[in-house]
Ligand binder design. Structure first.
Ligand code: GLA
Length: 377
């Protein structure tokens, strides 16, 4: 395996092991995680891999297989000041130390096939692979659910992105051919069948190449609106509201906050409907719910952008079962659930539509629900 050879050549020793963790597509349930609601992501068949060797001193050496990323040398005493790509990895080590687990120095080589900035959780893939590696190497004995929280804390407290637990949960709790139905209040999860090839379907990802950064304003502004809405309505989180509460919410809130709240409340309901539909009738039955989710994000939550809307509308017009933007929004990727036999037609239509609109050429690829994080060697 080349990551082992690369590790050996950079660090003059073999790694103690190699771990991998996937990126994710969120099938439905957007911005519901930090509102204690429901989400339904699946792990994709693209992963981050880390080869790690513990050291006997406090030195940390990090390298990425990507030529654009410079190596980093630091120490276990400087974990909390990590910046850039290293913050995801060092943030995990920092959280483990906060939990009272002693982390020595280490050498780590990273390679990843999860495109970064595409809204497919390349960062959670790094955190989850690193968390799993340290959990085993340090005999920390944390469960996967606890490792979700380790990655989530690294992202919130070291990277500084106020995200929820969706991405790390998908990466650590997923299974092949399944989606992860997660209740973000109880933190209980169940696997739901999502066998796309058996249904004659594929999941096409349209990476618009429009960059998004969750540490930036839009994401936290939405989060703040949700918190304002919950507090004005006298609930701890929007999870406590159902569609029957919406008329009351409309009277109590200003127009914009009401639309933010309506997205979360209806999106939670759609997640439950998708789970029920997948279980009773399979993936061909969820298209309208995906489409409705996109409209809600476009019009009520206002986190889409012209490129995402064009990707969604073009795939819908050309025979997709359903389509929506996925992830935090303001850029990143859309997903389209498509009949296998329509793939070429839909790809060509999207490329043409983007070219006519004068947008950058998007990246198009299909993904399959893959396994969760695991040790490879
Ligand atoms: C990003 C965040 C997640 C979640 C989604 C929106 O991916 O990291 O926690 O909030 O956006 O659903």
């Amino acid at each position: 395996m080349s990551i082992i050879d690369d590790f050996q050549s950079h660090f003059d020793a073999a790694p103690d092991g190699v771990w991998q963790a996937p990126g994710r597509v969120n099938l439905i349930g957007e911005h519901t995680d930090y509102n204690n609601g429901f989400v339904l992501p699946f792990a994709i068949d693209r992963q981050a891999r880390v080869a790690v060797r513990l050291r006997s001193d406090s030195v940390i050496r990090l390298r990425s297989a990507s030529a654009e990323v410079a190596p980093i040398e630091t120490s276990v005493d400087q974990l909390s000041s990590a910046k850039g790509w290293s913050a995801y990895l060092l943030g995990v080590a920092w959280v483990l130390r906060e939990l009272g687990i002693s982390v020595p120095g280490f050498d780590l080589l990273l390679e990843s096939t999860v495109p970064s900035g595409a809204g497919l959780s390349s960062s959670a893939a790094l955190e989850s692979a690193t968390a799993l590696a340290f959990n085993e190497l340090l005999d920390a004995g944390l469960s996967r659910k606890e490792l979700v929280i380790v990655g989530h804390r690294a992202e919130n407290e070291v990277v500084g992105a106020p995200t929820g637990i969706l991405d790390q949960s998908a990466s650590l709790l997923a299974a092949e051919g399944r989606a992860v139905f997660l209740d973000c209040l109880s933190r209980e999860s169940e696997l739901v069948p999502l066998d796309l090839p058996a249904a004659g379907l594929a999941m096409l990802v349209i990476d618009t190449k429009v960059s998004h950064a969750h540490a930036d304003g839009g994401y936290s502004a939405r989060r703040a609106s949700c918190e304002r809405g919950a507090s004005a309505l006298g609930v701890d989180s929007l999870r406590e509201l159902s569609v029957e509460d919406l008329p009351r919410a409309q009277t109590a809130l200003n127009e914009e906050t009401f639309r933010r709240v309506r997205h979360i409340v209806t999106e939670n309901a759609r997640v439950l409907e998708v789970v029920a539909a997948l279980r009773s009738s399979g993936p061909r039955s969820i298209g309208e719910l995906l489409n409705a989710s996109h409209l809600s994000m476009r019009d009520d939550f206002e986190i889409s952008c012209p490129e995402l809307d064009l990707a969604v509308e073009t795939t819908q017009r050309n025979g997709a079962i359903g389509a929506r933007m996925t992830g935090g929004g303001f850029g990143g990727s859309a997903i389209a659930l498509i009949p296998l036999e329509r793939e070429q037609q839909i790809r060509s239509a999207v490329l043409l539509a983007f070219s006519v609109a004068g947008f950058s050429t998007p990246d198009l690829f299909t993904v399959l629900p893959g396994p969760g994080a695991q040790r490879l060697v």
